[in-house]
Design a protein around this ligand. Structure first.
Ligand SMILES: *Cc1c(COP(=O)(O)O)cnc(C)c1O
Length: 373
């Protein structure tokens, strides 16, 4: 029997740092502070420093992080938030939970993130409502075209909120994703590049005012304990997860470098095959949350790899506007979402996580090559 190669393996990340993580968890349990407190604050300040901003506010998960950012910007009922359909459903769900209306625009011709040209068309002919924010997603770990997107947002006085849930440590023209918009929103879901061992998330911002607003909304809208200054929610960062994240933070750069090395190996091994590999752009540092190839025979290749005990993923099989929950209900920008629909039919995420060894990567490459023989 062949050893299975999973598409991702959060347990491998735990095992690599088991002693330090176990000690951190035991320390929190012994400390007796089980809501926020020093461990949450310590992670927040280290994470803010890593991203290069003044403030980080931890919360329950990445979806809450997006909602927190929107609400802290004062975005709610009657407001339009321009985002993409080719993303985790969480992006769109968070906009609706904040009370705003998502407007979905298509992705770039040779990439997977928001197309600035499609955004421009949508901004010129918006549906009913007040344009309030642009929310690009740095999907798979590659920064969206933030230069053009930020220019369009600023020209209309709109907020720029980055969904950086898949791009911890990625950079656009040397600036770390999450630090460029009014807010950067992160998930620390167990498979993400910076991963908790449970649910966790956070927002970052350089604005002291926006940080204070997010901090209040995170915990019932309290300014003083037990007194709500504004209507809030409860989405606190669990200190056990915060302590784990502080351990994992030290391994992020190395983990991202390993992901990039695996991507380079895939690039070389698959170079002459009739499939599309991820585009490499000079202005971005891609951190390969996923390594996604495109081909019309996607389902057949997936089955071929499955029979060789190689796991793959599809991120995501259906663009959000085609989910039963959103179909025919969520406004779509002019020009439609053809590229998003086409991508969903052709994408395949290959095994990708820092502990994936070279021999396993070579086996994935060899099996893909065998498929095309
Ligand atoms: C993971 C993810 C989220 C949501 O994060 P959760 O922690 O699962 O709530 C949001 N957006 C994107 C792009 C994601 O990948």
């Amino acid at each position: 029997m062949m050893t299975p190669i999973p598409q991702t393996d959060p347990r491998a990340g735990y095992r690599e740092q088991k002693a330090a993580i176990d000690a951190a968890v035991a320390r929190v349990l012994d400390g007796g502070m089980y809501i926020l407190g020093r461990d949450a604050e310590c992670f927040e300040s280290r994470f803010a420093k890593l991203i290069g901003v003044g403030h980080a506010i931890g919360c329950g998960n990445g979806t809450d992080a997006l909602e927190l950012a929107l609400r802290a910007c004062g975005i709610g009922a009657g407001d339009l938030v321009f985002t993409v359909s080719h993303t985790a459903v969480a992006t769109v769900a968070a906009i609706e939970r904040a009370g705003a209306t998502p407007v979905l625009v298509d992705i770039e011709p040779n990439g997977f993130a928001m197309d600035p040209a499609a955004l421009e068309r949508a901004l010129r002919a918006p549906p009913r409502g007040r344009p309030a924010a642009v929310l690009p997603v740095h999907l798979y770990g590659e920064p969206a075209a933030l230069g053009d997107i930020a220019t369009l947002a600023r020209a209309q006085g709109l907020r720029l909120i980055e969904d950086a849930a898949q791009s911890h440590g990625a950079a656009y023209r040397g600036r770390v994703t999450g630090s460029i918009g009014d807010f950067g929103c992160f998930s620390f879901y167990p498979t993400k590049n910076l991963a908790a061992l449970g649910d966790a998330g956070g927002v970052v911002t350089d604005s002291a005012e926006l940080a204070a607003a997010a901090r209040e909304i995170r915990e019932y809208g309290w300014r003083d304990r037990y007194v709500s200054a504004v209507p809030g929610i409860n989405t606190r960062l669990d200190p056990i997860q915060a302590a784990i994240l502080s351990v994992k933070l030290d391994a992020l750069a190395e983990g991202n470098a390993r992901r990039q090395a695996i991507a380079t190996r895939y690039d070389k091994g698959l170079a002459d095959l009739p499939l599309k590999r991820p585009a490499r752009r000079p202005q971005t540092t891609h951190v390969f949350h996923q390594y996604v190839v495109r081909l019309p025979q996607r389902d057949r290749l997936r089955e071929h790899l499955r029979q060789s005990a190689i796991g793959t993923g599809i991120h995501y099989p259906l663009p959000v506007h085609l989910h039963p929950a959103y179909q025919g209900r969520v406004p779509v920008g002019p020009g439609g979402l053809c590229r998003s629909e086409e991508a969903a039919r052709e994408i395949l995420s290959l095994p990708m996580y820092p502990q994936l060894g070279d021999a396993a990567v070579e086996r994935v490459i060899a099996e893909i090559r065998r498929f095309f023989l």
